[in-house]
Design a protein around this ligand. Sequence first.
Ligand code: GLC
Length: 424
Amino acid sequence: MPMQPWFSDAKLGIFLHYGIYAVDGVPESWAFYTGDVPHDRYMRQLDGFTASRYDPRAWADLFARTGARYAVLTARHHDGVALWGTAHGDLNVVRRTPAGRDLVAPYVDALRERGLKVGLYYSHSDWNHPDYASVVHPDPPAHDGVATNPYVTPKDGVEDPAAWARYLAYRDGQVGELVERFRPDLLWFDGEWERSEEQWRIRELARRILAGNPETVLNARMLSQGDYATPEQGLPVRIPDGPWELCLTVNDSWGHQPADDRHKSVGMLVRYFAETIGMGGNLLLGVGPREDGTVPEAQAERLTGLGDWIARHADAVYGTSAGLPPGHHYGPSTLSADGRTLYLFCFDAPREHVAVRGLRTPVKRVRVVGTGAELGHVVVGGLHEVPGVTWIDAPAPGDIDPYATVLALELDGDLDVYRGKGRD
Ligand code: GLC
């Protein structure tokens, strides 16, 4: 199934880690896995999870203002606490927390009302399920003590295939509910590293999801059945193969951790975003609401800052594809859907000129996106098959954007670049 066009055109999504871990502000699920927080104390957060100011319409407004076209909500993280009234297992916010209601349905409705695509995160693993630590990964990864952690692997190493079958039935039941009740546009799986593709029965799971809705987009943590790669917390240096999405926290944490004030600046976020779309990817930006459902101010400010920049540069963002390969321009670039406009992103204020190398297609006109100012340009040099350098006049100070100035080059033909080494 080819990638859904909405996904490639979306460019920006918001990744919500919302769960009981916001009550004490501890790392989502990992707090008890690593032993940093005793299990009983972690689970006592159930009693403090109120969702008392839960307003997914306000979320949807904020995300739309940020320029996001989709969002992904942790319907169930590794701690096993479901945000909807699942019929499978009893660990969910409806039954076990003062919130006492389904939080997924109103989120889905609010996003759709706003025209945003609906993503749901679901962890294959559940470190709280009594049947989960019942089989052993045949080739466990070296990280996170997968082979020895008692929440993952049976202590005595003895497998219990019947328990594992019950676990898979529970997981399949929950995923089935998500597909039937909410018809998500995107299912964002996680936790896949603790079992093999065969143990997870990935193919069967994908078949069932796609039988429910063949248009569901699946991330690469569905292993062989994933539609796109999910680099995490760091920009790839080379362009990943096929569609991809960088997931990135605004501070250093996925969930709400009030002590974490290492928020990225708006300038940093603009840069991450431009670099990502310049390589043809989407940015999935993490937000960690408080237990009451509100988004901390420090995060909302970053989002709207990024959104204001995107709004000024929407043409250079939506519907574009990856621009020039490295070596032609010092910064990322994107190409319009009709292939006739090349957008150059300049993070620093250009001095004198912006120079583009190896551009064969003649340039008709250059303007500054956002202000519309026209800039002169001239092609200098070039011999035989090696094109000259396109020198574009630097924008005037009043046309410089505080975060990233974007130049639109109107091309006289399809983009054609020289990738050679010059004459021997
Ligand atoms: C990791 C973590 C998890 C987080 C996810 C987001 O897989 O286990 O806590 O939800 O990354 O990509």
